[in-house]
Design a protein around this ligand. Structure first.
Ligand SMILES: Cc1c2[nH]c(c1CCC(=O)O)Cc1[nH]c(c(CCC(=O)O)c1C)Cc1[nH]c(c(CCC(=O)O)c1C)Cc1[nH]c(c(C)c1CCC(=O)O)C2
Length: 364
């Protein structure tokens, strides 16, 4: 099967979304996604909007995480903060991977310092019935916020995102964050039919959520399969790949770049790349030239500075950032990022200096 073939043989019926303007289309970020020559290596950071920024902590004061995601004014402000401060090459829409689940009525919350917690975990076929389809009306605040954002962003592209079916399933089944994923894996190994149906449902919800963002004006989308690294490649292929492929197929027709990322997925880069994304992210455990070999030709690579390096002082940051740039030197299409999200205690100035370093060192 070719990397972009649909497992169902269906071709998406959507028409390409118009790119907001020529400047966005010609931005370094979108060029790198398309593997075209760039004026400099584009940079953005996963979790660039968030607790590392004092201005974020200020506007979020007294407002719960999920409530903030439903307020277009706040979403717009928080999404713009890292663009203003760090001069990153792309904005990422401020939200969370559990927002579409909340929007279809799943009783969940994001607990500070813990993460998503689901009141009644999804563990049986009866539980599956609680996962209804997502309609654009369920997330009208997303459409509204992206409309506001794209007016403010000018030539800076906006990345929409969603959680991949496996990572969403891990929260739904475990009821919260897990180190072992014992309940999720118990379903995957013990009741493969229920597992497949659950991931397929989540694929539809995720695809619907990405479509809303693209139709509202997102210029690229990233699918976070953050916890897929917990799986062996054979299990990923057997039990996860089809659902992520379904998501990428569903949005292929828009022509916006699709990015795929997970943590600790060095051994999964090949099967993950088969799900169909245009750009594959790698964490810091695999050098980018090796990541590109595993991913195969025809895809851009994103990554992969260890986020903890930012605690080590300017010289170490530059040395390690240069190592990333050197390992990416032979690639067609590199987007500089961290190997996972910005950690909350990161010095914001260290991030600003890192963007400047990458831009200066790669200016052509
Ligand atoms: C696994 C995952 C989640 N959420 C997300 C993922 C995939 C990325 C990854 O692997 O890190 C994705 C996410 N969550 C958030 C964003 C915002 C956009 C950006 O990247 O700047 C993005 C892209 C905001 C957020 N999502 C969350 C915060 C922190 C809550 C707060 O600021 O009050 C933010 C800014 C909460 C959250 N939500 C989740 C976790 C693990 C946490 C952290 C819990 C904590 O440490 O408090 C689930």
């Amino acid at each position: 099967m070719s990397a972009n073939a649909s497992p169902t043989g269906q071709t998406p019926t959507v028409t390409p979304a118009p790119v907001r303007n020529d400047a966005v289309r010609e931005s370094a970020f979108l060029k790198a996604c398309r593997r075209e020559p760039v004026p400099h290596t584009p940079v953005w950071f996963m979790r660039q909007a968030g607790r590392s920024l004092p201005e974020y902590r200020k506007v979020r004061e007294g407002i719960a995480m999920l409530d903030s995601c439903m307020r277009p004014d706040l979403v717009t402000e928080i999404t713009l903060q890292p663009v203003r401060r760090h001069h990153v090459d792309a904005a990422i829409y401020f939200s969370d991977i559990v927002v579409p689940l909340k929007a279809i009525g799943i009783d969940l919350d994001i607990k500070p310092g813990i993460g998503p917690v689901v009141e009644q975990p999804v563990r049986t076929r009866a539980d599956l019935a609680r996962l209804r389809d997502l309609t654009p009306e369920d997330v009208s605040y997303v459409t509204e916020a992206i409309g506001m954002l794209t007016r403010e962003l000018g030539s800076t592209p906006l990345i929409g995102f969603a959680g991949a079916p496996f990572t969403l399933a891990s929260y739904l089944i475990e009821g919260g964050p897990s180190r072992t994923y014992e309940n999720a894996k118990a379903m995957m190994y013990g009741d493969p039919e229920l597992w497949a149906d659950l991931l397929d449902r989540l694929a539809d919800i995720t695809a619907a959520f990405l479509k809303v963002q693209i139709e509202a004006g997102a210029s690229a989308v990233q699918l976070f399969d953050s916890w897929a690294g917990a799986l062996a490649p054979a299990d990923y292929r057997r039990s996860v790949l089809a659902s992520s492929t379904k998501v990428f197929d569903a949005v292929a027709g828009y022509g916006v770049p699709r990015i795929h990322f997970g943590v600790g997925t060095g051994e999964l880069l090949k099967p993950m790349s088969e799900a169909g994304a245009d750009v594959v992210g790698a964490d810091w455990r695999v050098p980018l030239d090796e990541a590109a070999r595993r991913v195969g030709p025809g895809k851009a690579i994103q990554g992969n500075l260890d986020p903890t390096v930012l605690f080590a002082g300017r010289e170490a940051v530059e040395t390690k950032a240069q190592e990333v740039l050197d390992s990416a030197a032979g690639l067609e299409g590199h987007i500089f990022n961290l190997g996972h999200g910005v950690m909350p205690n990161t010095d914001a100035d260290a991030l600003t200096r890192l963007v400047e370093y990458v831009h200066t060192r790669t200016a052509r």
